[in-house]
Ligand binder design. Structure first.
Ligand code: 5AD
Ligand code: SF4
Ligand code: FES
Length: 342
């Protein structure tokens, strides 16, 4: 096992069988985390990049079985920020020091190409990098958003197990998901993907495939989080993922993609009160604090127990800065593009 960890640390390449071995046994987890922490330091340094997250609509036309925003969930009041609210949250976030903003939402067709282009152009006047996280759209729209100033795009593959994906995301196609990722790369976005850990019927084998997939598409960003069962979904009675397993998949991703940007995800902190700091010490170098204000926060209910739902953007900014400094790391001062892309 130690030999495999060494190999990963030095060559950033592992066979699937080696990943399966590391994922299957827990005795060497601390060694994996330490190796991922060294690789993180060597390739992307001690800076932690903060991305301000604006959750601009919780309306979604999809029906993913794991997600609280799914269209069949009638137990959630829905909201859609106005263009003015979005720009207002964006400028406040910039005043707190954010250099990157993430526009995240359900797949909400109210936000047409034209509306999103207007919003993007306004936000780009603030001199920030903008990341879109709005799901599947045609090539032509991705292209228009790029031309309007979009810098990055997040779209998780969720799982590389095609059958599992298509079971959990009814009406969606795994090939179409991959088409999106390919188009986005081709258009010159920094592309982020990622997966859920602990989905029902997900195998160790498929988690190993997930990590190899991130490497095969040379993902610029990879967000990994535990699946947390939501009361208001068909998967409410499932066991869900564990913090330790999500942390290990994330650490192995760092070992194989040494210079990618990897967030310490909010879902990790939901399962462990020190989750983000532990993630930052086992491979992660990004945090995405929420900059949405007021009542909207708790309505963006992907899963239960989401952190920070009662807090303000100003509070979270101070909170996370303090935490990051407490582990002797610094806050990134620039827009935080992938190092190899500068
Ligand atoms: N638990 C954890 N993460 C979830 N997501 C959706 N539902 C859940 C859940 N129950 C994640 C998906 C999606 C991202 C925005 O939120 O991976 O890509
Ligand atoms: Fe919609 Fe995304 Fe939730 Fe699926 S995971 S229901 S696409 S918000
Ligand atoms: Fe929101 Fe700590 S980051 S309260």
């Amino acid at each position: 096992m130690l030999e495999i960890i060494n190999k990963a640390e030095n060559t950033h390449d592992l066979e699937k069988s080696e990943l399966v071995a590391l994922l299957s046994y827990n005795e060497f987890d601390e060694e994996i985390f330490k190796a991922a922490d060294r690789v993180r330091k060597k390739y992307v340094g001690d800076e932690v990049h903060l991305r301000g997250l604006i959750e601009f609509t919780n309306i979604c036309k999809r029906n993913c079985l794991y997600c609280g925003l799914r269209r069949d969930n009638k137990n959630l009041s829905r909201y859609r920020l106005t263009e003015e609210e979005i720009i207002n949250f964006a400028s406040k976030a910039v005043s707190y020091g954010y250099k990157t903003l993430v526009l995240q939402g359900g797949e909400d067709d109210y936000f047409t190409k034209e509306r999103l282009i207007n919003i993007l152009k306004e936000i780009k006047k603030l001199d920030v990098a903008v990341t879109l996280s709005i799901g599947e759209r045609p090539y032509e729209e991705y292209k228009a958003f790029k031309e309007a100033g979009g810098d990055r795009f997040l779209i998780r593959i969720e799982t590389t197990d095609k059958n599992l994906y298509e079971d959990l995301d009814p009406g969606m196609s795994h090939d179409e998901r991959k088409r999106c990722l390919k188009d986005l790369k081709e258009l010159g976005y920094e592309v982020g993907t990622g997966s859920l850990v602990g989905l029902p019927n997900q195998t160790i084998d498929s988690l190993a495939e997930d990590i190899l997939f991130f490497k095969s598409i040379d993902a610029d960003m990879v967000g990994i989080g535990p699946f947390i069962p939501n009361e208001d979904t068909p998967l409410s009675k499932e066991a869900g993922g564990t913090f330790d397993m999500a942390r290990k998949v994330m650490a192995l991703t760092r070992l194989l993609l040494p210079d990618s940007n990897i967030p310490a995800t909010t879902a990790m902190e939901t399962l462990n009160k020190n989750g983000r700091l532990l993630a930052l010490q086992s491979g992660a170098n990004v945090v995405m604090p929420n900059v949405t204000e007021g009542e909207y926060r708790k309505l963006y209910a992907l899963y239960p127990g989401k952190i920070c739902t009662g807090d303000t953007p100003a509070h979270c900014r101070g909170c996370i800065t303090g935490k990051i400094k407490s582990i002797n790391r610094t806050i990134g001062e620039d827009k935080g593009f992938r190092k190899s892309h500068r």
